[in-house]
Design a protein. Sequence first.
Length: 277
Amino acid sequence: MRIRTAASALALLLATSLSAAAADDVYAPYDPAPAPLAPAANDYGDIDFVFELGISGIVSPEYLGSDEYQINPSPIISVEYLNLPGIGSFGGKDGLGLSIGPSFDYIGDRDASDYSELTGLDDLDATYELGLKAGYEWQSAEVYGAVRYAFGGADGFVGDIGANLIARPTERLVLKAGPTASFASSDYMDSYFGVSARESVASGFRLGAYDPDGGFKSVGVAASARYEIFTDWFINADAKYDRLVGDAKDSPIVQAGDENQYFFGLGVSKRFSLDLW
């Protein structure tokens, strides 16, 4: 399903966000909540592993820099608590303090023949990103950062930094909002925003040859909401606006599309508790 303008995507985003908020922390469905580095107080009794699984619908640009939008399903995977005998327990219900955990992302393939503005470019396979995320959370704020290695369609490193204000209006509802920024290596930037001399010729010189450097890729703002509708069942919603900057913004690919990028996710997840040892 394509939404032809960023405005229509934002309208859908806002409408669904309001309905979710009316019911009531959303985390990015593709980025699991990290577990604290310091051993946590074990208030889980005999439970050794607590995690969440779910499914979300994601509205996102059809490719980085696109002005067309798509809706795709995405898994929700989150680890809340893990007890390792002889090592310690990590995580906890409040999530406060220093934390570290896995970070991952997935970007679908880019088929140039599907878009007239990309005529002449090589196709780009799907990209998988794996890495680590660290953060520190207080009762009413948090800071975080993540670094991932990309392989598949794109190569190189990519990461995010950000901060959030946190509100807990009720025991079941958590709201977060704050600024965010992303950065990437030159190899990664070249995969999504570069145009080779051969590709420029193939495009009829409509896309000029372009070799971007690494650096900041985007800046923006994100907001999220997470509401426990029943015991261990959650509604997760998040909205994000990114503005491509620097060499990403100056790419002929982005100039043919839009540097303003909108994202929205709405999903449901369930918490599971296991006695492993």
